[in-house]
Design a protein around this ligand. Structure first.
Ligand code: ADP
Length: 308
């Protein structure tokens, strides 16, 4: 039978941790942490994510400040908006929804956003800290995936892992996190040849390709653990990158879409807002955990038989 790695219990654990984090740190009690979410233009794709962020903020006792800039906003105005949020002491974290309109270079965001408020770990400072295994704010989506693996007792150490997709917010940082967790990581992408064979040889296949039904039965074995970050709209329904119908009942474990990595992402993002508030309060990013690297105990350890 396939273990369905649902996000829900992982999320519950994250909220419990956030509660203790608040109790441990007076700085988090003195001032309510706040997350600004910034969207440029119509972002129907981001709207459901924003709704779930909103719910997560409420639950964590964090203020949510949604900001919408018109589609024709210039890079300069976006840069100034981010700069003023950087300087706003009421704002602990800033999330800018991607993709931006094509006219605006990503560099506007990457170069302006304060690393202290970079709750999605996109800045060069955050990405460098992750690569160098230093404390810092990590991209929430891949970190949510690592939290799921830890929760279900799936140990990446010494395993062959294939990550499909190399984007800077999902596949790229996930491969780095799992590398730091002593996995042997292959980072596959659109130009990779022999993907099926690569995936078949892996213990863990992580999907971050944005391609519905990409992972089919012939690309996995009964030992495969599938971590699915896909969030594709197909006929009005959200679908992952795995062909779930075919894989469920066949592979060792899989994270469902919806209900898997998505909820974990939102909870990790909100925890990042608390982390960001802590970093700002202490004036240093070095007070943060080396999240994604430190192994976390599993309440359900041994429920997934590690393939020998
Ligand atoms: P996300 O934000 O979910 O990571 P992106 O669209 O930014 O998604 O990136 C998609 C990534 O997935 C790219 O690195 C691309 O090369 C990879 N990719 C997309 N389709 C395929 C495919 N069919 N096979 C392998 N890799 C793919």
């Amino acid at each position: 039978v396939t273990i369905i790695m649902r996000g829900k219990p992982v999320v519950e654990r994250l909220y419990l941790e956030m509660e203790s984090l608040k109790q441990e740190h007076p700085a988090l009690q003195e001032r309510q942490a706040a997350l600004a979410t910034l969207a440029v233009g119509d972002l129907s794709a981001a709207n459901s994510y924003r709704t779930s962020i909103e719910c997560s903020c409420v639950r964590a006792g964090i203020a949510h400040l949604p900001i919408d800039l018109p589609q024709q906003t210039s890079g300069e105005v976006l840069g100034r908006t981010i700069a003023s949020l950087n300087n706003n002491q009421e704002v602990s974290g800033i999330l800018v929804f991607m993709p931006l309109p094509e006219r605006i270079s990503r560099r506007v965001v990457l170069g302006t956003l304060s690393p202290f408020k970079d709750v999605d770990g996109i800045t060069p400072e955050s990405q460098g800290r992750l690569r160098l295994d230093l404390a810092g704010l990590r991209p929430s989506c891949p970190l949510g995936g690592v939290e799921i693996l830890d929760f279900y007792g799936i140990e990446p150490s010494a395993k062959d892992v294939v990550v499909v997709g190399r984007s800077p917010v999902v596949g790229g940082p996930l491969s780095t996190m799992l590398m730091h967790r002593d996995a042997t990581v292959t980072l596959a992408h659109r130009r990779t040849s022999g993907l099926a064979e690569l995936c078949r040889g892996a213990s863990i296949v992580a999907l971050a390709a944005g391609s519905p039904g990409l992972l089919t039965n012939d690309m996995v074995t009964p030992e495969t653990v599938v971590l699915d970050f896909g969030a594709n709209m197909v006929e009005g329904k959200i679908r992952g990158d795995a062909e779930r119908g075919a894989l469920e009942g066949y592979v060792a474990a899989l994270s469902p879409v919806p209900g898997g990595t998505g909820p974990a992402t939102a909870a990790v993002l909100v925890r990042n807002v608390l982390f960001a508030a802590l970093a700002s309060a202490s004036g240093s990013l070095d007070v943060l955990p080396r999240a994604g690297t430190e192994r976390r105990s599993s309440p359900v350890a041994n429920s997934v038989t590690s393939s020998s």
